[in-house]
Ligand binder design. Structure first.
Ligand code: CAO
Length: 451
């Protein structure tokens, strides 16, 4: 009679080991000891075999999952035959441990004839008497990795991933079909010679951008040149910007705010506070805080796996400041608790500190959302890069008088261009459009902003 049984991870000597390959799919018929998944820790690559033969009914893991002893890998429908312990297919005694980079054999898991049905242990970890070393046949990748799944050590797999090579495509030249470094190199050389690019899992995997090398050009061949190293700030912010641009699917939503009334109020406020520089930016900070309260999805951070969002209940706003050495982003903390004049004072202080290179790391951390204002310079719109792990950033360009139709005539209005870049994994286009429209409404109606 058919029976549903769970295939679990045996004692693998460490916990939270990531799944790097799934060797079966739902509906597959698997033989006992056939590999189900490959786990790769920083020390070893291990294949977890099916503890019994049958049909895969359900797969409980996906690539990247971290597994520990007892984690369920799959539900297997067995044919009902007694899953009596059978002699294990295992590496020779010297190969009984999970392999390190240079070791010759994979960490084959063998069934333990224990009372707990189908529980397996690593040969090296098997309690005495479980598996007789004498009973183990010599290592053969075709036995421990049915279906000709390739065997390569963690270092070689990492090497292949670095080069964007699908290890499945590489033919192993070493004993038992093991893939060595030279096999991967030969594969790449052959692929390049034949005009093909390395293909496969790494190409589709996270971080596997598979980019062409940076062009090397001798510019002096074309005219006079001068070399100038980037500043420390440029190097740091450049690396962050490159990561954020490459890893975050950006979309930029553009909108306009009619700030005619706001500008009149700002001027009046400036006249009343002559010792203070009150720029449009303080109103934008206020409007952003109101928008973050209404759309909490924008006051959030996505974790590294891209699966969990942390929503923040505080309102710290990063302000991009242009300095002679490069871009820095000091943070105005608890902006929701500060009035316009407080914000103007603080903005003046952090801008000065930034330009005097006096900002400490604490003053540049803890941001929820950033504003990059180029309005004092010019422009009609741009696409700011999201400041990870934030999920959105507001770019502000120069306000200009434009003719706006008011139903009867074109009236001169001061129009402020807004460019909202956002992480499309977290924020949908419609939500971004609502956020930007809300910002425009806030900035267009000073009474709302001051509520
Ligand atoms: N439209 C029209 N005028 C604007 C404006 C806008 N959107 N924003 C500011 N202004 C005006 C200000 O009112 C001010 O006018 P006055 O001199 O007549 O008072 C003038 O432009 C200069 O403002 P500012 O730039 O000194 O002050 P700010 O508060 O607007 O901005 C700061 C402060 C620190 C954000 C800004 O100086 C700065 O460094 N911006 C650059 C940010 C940046 O580089 N972003 C790009 C990041 S991606 O590479």
């Amino acid at each position: 009679m058919a029976d549903l049984k769970e295939a679990r991870v045996p004692d693998i000597g460490s916990s939270d080991v990531p799944v790097i390959e799934i060797l079966v799919k739902v509906g597959d018929t698997v033989a006992k000891d056939q590999g189900l998944v490959t786990l790769e820790s920083d020390k070893a690559t291990m294949e977890v075999p099916a503890p019994f033969a049958g049909v895969i009914k359900e797969l409980k893991v996906k690539l990247g999952d971290a597994l520990s002893e007892g984690s369920v890998i799959a539900v297997i429908e067995t044919a009902g035959e007694a899953s009596a312990p059978t002699p294990a297919k295992a590496p020779a005694p010297t190969e009984a441990k999970p392999v390190a980079a240079a070791a010759p054999a994979p960490a084959t898991l063998v069934e333990k004839p224990a009372p707990i049905g189908g529980r397996s242990v690593l040969p090296g970890n098997a309690p005495e008497g479980d598996v007789s070393p004498q009973a183990r046949p010599p290592f053969d990748s075709r036995i421990v990795m049915p279906g000709d799944a390739p065997y390569a050590s963690p270092a070689i797999r990492a090497f292949a991933r670095e080069l964007g090579v699908d290890i499945q495509q590489v033919k192993g030249s070493s004993r038992g079909g093991r893939i060595v470094r030279e096999d991967v190199s030969a594969y790449v050389k052959h692929a390049l010679a034949s005009g093909a690019r390395p293909t496969g899992a790494a190409q589709a995997s996270v971080g596997g951008l598979n980019l062409l090398p940076w062009p090397k050009v001798d510019f002096s061949k074309f005219g006079e040149v001068e070399e100038k190293p980037l500043s420390r700030i440029q190097k740091i912010s450049g690396a962050n910007l490159a990561r954020n641009w490459a890893m975050i699917p950006h979309v930029t939503q553009h909108d306009d705010a009619d700030i005619t009334e706001l500008e009149a109020f700002r001027k009046k406020l400036g006249e009343e506070n002559k010792d203070l520089k009150i720029t449009p930016l303080v109103f934008q900070i206020k409007a952003v805080v109101a928008a973050l309260k209404k759309f909490p999805q924008f006051n959030a951070s996505l974790d590294e796996s891209g699966e969990k969002l942390t929503l923040k209940k505080y309102f710290n706003i990063g302000i991009a400041v242009d300095t002679p050495d490069g871009l820095v982003v000091p943070v105005i903390r608890d902006a929701d608790k500060k009035g316009l004049l407080d914000l103007a004072v603080e903005l003046g202080e952090i801008s000065k500190k930034a330009r005097d290179k006096k900002l400490g790391p604490a003053e540049m951390s803890g941001g929820c959302f950033s504003i990059s204002s180029l309005g004092g310079i010019g422009g009609t719109g741009f696409t700011p890069i999201v400041n990870a792990p934030e999920v959105a950033i507001l770019g502000v360009s120069k306000a200009q008088i434009k003719p706006v139709w008011n139903g009867q005539e074109f009236a001169p209005r001061l129009i402020l261009p807004l460019s909202l870049s956002y992480d499309h994994r977290v924020i949908d286009g419609a939500l971004a459009a609502r956020f930007a429209a809300f910002l425009a409404t806030q900035l267009g109606d000073i009474r709302r902003l001051l509520l």
